[in-house]
Design a protein around this ligand. Structure first.
Ligand SMILES: Cc1cc2nc3c(=O)[nH]c(=O)nc-3n(C[C@H](O)[C@H](O)[C@H](O)COP(=O)(O)OP(=O)(O)OC[C@H]3O[C@@H](n4cnc5c(N)ncnc54)[C@H](O)[C@@H]3O)c2cc1C
Length: 304
């Protein structure tokens, strides 16, 4: 779901706002896996709402509508993605734009980059080794997928960094329940104690989840870093544009950071005629300015 969390950089507000705009546009496309969903974010201690809430239309929840144990909350609508559908959609778009996918393990940024060319490094946690960056830290997160007993709105706990957030997100006939915040842990085994804790906390917020049938367990590792790294470095005559360390906000910052990356790559290449290429994306109603036009130009198929 969109909402900056566990990611630090002075440009997070700009990147997340740009991403919000594009995701809202994508939600108009039934094939994208992105929809705009209403829900509630609430806190157990007296806190002001996150600053990014100013980018949304929101209203304060009446205290009577808050779950037990919560003292303040806000209602708003945000883009959420069914990730397998969204990733497939992005893959198809890449291919339509003339891109090619090859899978393999990269052992050196230098040898993978052709001489006088550039490579974009989006290896998440892998950047720790590949870019020899000791600041990259894993923060494990666990999810439980259950049958949807009829829940239509998401719920998210706004809590201090490091705490275990409680949240659930309906996706059609499934609901994804979370979560955990396990710093330094990289194993991907399902942890029964965490599962029990997630279910217990979610049921306390939404009793309808009490007997929901468990469908699946999922574990992911957030690639956390004290500061998101989006920058260009030189390796001799080669260039690497780093784009990693997005912690719990990889989806929420994705389009804003991608635009930044494209601009960095174009600045390296300085092609003379990219600005005028045909723009297959983003959808016309997203009203994007010049930098995004440059990004769309970059993913356009080469002219024959
Ligand atoms: C439980 C959970 C819930 C989350 N919920 C949200 C949410 O609601 N909203 C949100 O914005 N974010 C959320 N996140 C965070 C989000 O998933 C991450 O920020 C995002 O996945 C980071 O994307 P990335 O592409 O930088 O890294 P990754 O997703 O980790 O992808 C990196 C890729 O690089 C590959 N790779 C690494 N090293 C190498 C190598 N040497 N050679 C070749 N390939 C390599 C990896 O295999 C992987 O495919 C959540 C994370 C978790 C764990």
């Amino acid at each position: 779901m969109w909402g900056p969390y566990l990611a630090d950089h002075e440009r997070v507000p700009e990147w997340s706002k740009e991403t919000l705009k594009i995701l809202r546009g994508l939600a108009e496309d039934d094939d994208s896996g992105v929809t705009v969903r209403e829900g509630v974010e609430a806190t157990r201690i007296e806190m002001d709402p996150p600053a990014w809430i100013a980018d949304l239309e929101y209203s304060e929840c009446p205290p009577t509508e808050l779950p037990d144990g919560f003292v303040r909350g806000w209602q708003y609508a945000i883009p959420v993605a069914d990730m397998p559908v969204y990733l497939k959609y992005l893959e198809d778009r890449l291919k339509q734009a003339g891109g090619r996918l090859e899978q393999g393990v990269v052992t050196s940024l230098e040898t993978v980059t052709p001489v006088d060319a550039s490579v974009v490094n989006c290896t998440g946690l892998g950047a720790g080794e590949l870019a020899q960056d000791a600041d990259v830290v894993p923060v494990r997160g666990q999810l439980v997928e259950v049958e949807n007993p009829g829940i239509k709105k998401f719920f998210g706990e706004y809590c201090q960094e490091g705490a275990e957030p409680t949240y659930f997100l309906p996706h059609g006939n499934r609901v994804v329940l979370g979560g955990t915040h396990e710093r330094g842990r990289t194993d991907i085994e399902t942890d029964a104690e965490s599962v029990a804790g997630i279910i217990q906390r979610c049921v306390a917020v939404e009793p309808a989840l009490q007997n929901a049938k468990i469908l699946n367990y999922r574990v992911g590792i957030r690639p956390s870093r004290p500061k998101v790294r989006v920058e260009r470095v030189r390796l001799g005559s080669r260039h690497v544009v780093h784009n990693y360390g997005h912690g719990g906000s990889g989806f929420s910052l994705s389009w804003g950071c991608a635009r930044e990356v494209v601009n960095l790559v174009l600045d390296i290449q300085q092609p003379p005629d990219r600005e005028g290429d045909v723009l297959p994306y983003p959808p016309a109603d997203t009203q994007l300015g010049s930098p995004s036009r440059r990004m769309a130009a970059w993913i356009s198929p080469p002219k024959s």
